[in-house]
Write a protein that binds this ligand. Sequence first.
Ligand code: SAM
Length: 253
Amino acid sequence: MPDPTIEAWTRENARYTDARAEQAWAAEEITWGIWNVPESELNALPELGGKEVVELGCGTAYFGAWLKKAGAARVVGVDPTPAQLETARRCEERFGLGLEFVDAFGEEVPLPDASFDLVVSEYGASIWADPYKWIPEAARLLRPCGELVFLRNSTLVILCSPDEDVAAVETLQRPQFGMHRFSWPDQGVEYHLPHGKWIRLLRANGFEVLDLIEIQTPAGADTHEHYGYVTAEWGRKWPAEEIWRARLRPRSS
Ligand SMILES: C[S@@+](CC[C@H](N)C(=O)[O-])C[C@H]1O[C@@H](n2cnc3c(N)ncnc32)[C@H](O)[C@@H]1O
């Protein structure tokens, strides 16, 4: 049976991400989220020099390209949508950064245990994979004391979203208790948890939580032309996006 999320990402590749990939790869600065807030302001990433990095849900791999340009020794992008990987491979051919790609879901990654220093997910597995499956995979892939950094829609924006592709409103639209799997007609299946569940899940898989960065829409920014699930005005008052940073505890502790 066709996977609705892969079908959705194949459509999104054709209508949006493929055409923007090369420009995104060429960007010099690491930025976060739909309003491109610079990493130099948020400090969400550990030192990248010499690190081996895997991105779960790499898409067209512009984020991995930025990490490689910022000093990572190795970047492996994992994604289950062939069209997205095709774009990523074309960009790699053009830019020659040495990124590697693996066609797989974030829930089951065919890479060895303890083989990376950093797992990242920028709107990849972080929202499209079941956290109860991909967080254990992230822990398995990391060396002791390795870090996990992921960007997702905030729990609050999901609670205030009336429907797919409708901008978040200023009142709660759905219960927080029980939230986990969201099946949207056009966008496939997303996963969103409340903060308490994220913390318990991370701790149960050997992580200590280092930070939760709630991103504010920068002054003067406009509502994104493509990602209309939240307005700039909403995002200046409440966090629409959030970055989690966690570190794997040493195995003996
Ligand atoms: C917004 S894109 C990621 C963008 C990426 N950070 C980049 O630099 O291009 C989301 C990606 O998540 C992928 N995805 C969907 N389901 C997934 C899953 N179960 N595990 C990992 N990735 C998944 C999609 O194929 C899509 O390419």
